[in-house]
Design a protein around this ligand. Structure first.
Ligand SMILES: CC(C)(COP(=O)(O)OP(=O)(O)OC[C@H]1O[C@@H](n2cnc3c(N)ncnc32)[C@H](O)[C@@H]1OP(=O)(O)O)[C@@H](O)C(=O)NCCC(=O)NCCS
Length: 188
């Protein structure tokens, strides 16, 4: 398995047998003060899911080929400090919001860095790993959605090279709120 280092962290894809650590980090993320706007799932929903859900999630990420991959940043003491997941969206399909997907692209979800590891550039290193993975699979760009009222996440995405595409989407949990699409594109 390929791994990169970033400062004191090793950035790598998760293994299929790491589903319990996947669940643990997800539950920490869902306790974050901005979890309501950052994630679609609630803490209670995540807690109640059967082990099989997390086993399947980890196995899907580790499968080859796969349409989804979760990356983690592992700190020197072995703790998972942060994570991103990248999904491949195929041209000609319709996304979860009903919009057509025009090009093969990556979609970043589940972005989280533990508070004590923030501001370290870790999120950029995680994004770099995710972007490399989708580029190797022929994606032409990467996108993500971020809540309009989540300026810290937006700041992190800009630092990782993403820019707003101009597309705004009603927030899934409350249509009066807005999510902003950010994209990272590269020359053909
Ligand atoms: C989003 C997240 C992964 C970003 O990681 P991070 O380590 O905090 O990001 P960074 O500190 O490297 O970058 C954030 C940037 O936004 C800036 N920023 C922070 N608060 C800001 C605000 N209120 N307004 C504008 N910019 C802000 C920071 O100054 C920083 O830029 P700088 O390094 O140039 O100073 C992390 O904060 C997190 O896990 N948040 C909770 C979950 C979440 O929101 N996930 C995203 C869901 S879309």
């Amino acid at each position: 398995m390929s791994a990169m280092t970033s400062g004191d962290y090793v950035i790598r894809a998760i293994r299929a047998d790491e589903w319990e650590a996947v669940k643990r980090l997800r539950l920490v993320a869902l306790r974050d003060p901005v979890a309501d706007i950052a994630f679609l799932e609630t803490y209670d929903e995540a807690l109640e899911r059967p082990d099989s859900f997390y086993r399947e999630r980890a196995a899907r990420s580790a499968a080859e080929p796969s349409d989804a991959r979760q990356f983690v940043a592992v700190a020197a003491d072995g703790e998972w400090a942060g994570t991103v997941t990248v999904l491949i969206e195929e041209a000609g399909t319709t996304d979860w919001a009903g919009f057509p997907v025009e090009r093969r692209q990556g979609h970043v979800v589940g972005v989280f860095v533990r508070p004590e590891h923030r501001g370290s550039g870790l999120v950029k290193a995680l994004f770099d790993a995710g972007v490399e993975w989708v580029r190797e699979r022929g994606a032409e760009r990467v996108r993500l959605l971020v809540h309009a009222e989540n300026p810290r996440a937006q700041g992190a995405y800009r630092k990782a090279g993403f820019v707003p595409s101009g597309v705004l989407v009603p927030f899934f949990k409350d249509e009066a709120e807005t999510e902003v699409e950010f994209v990272l594109e590269w020359p053909a």
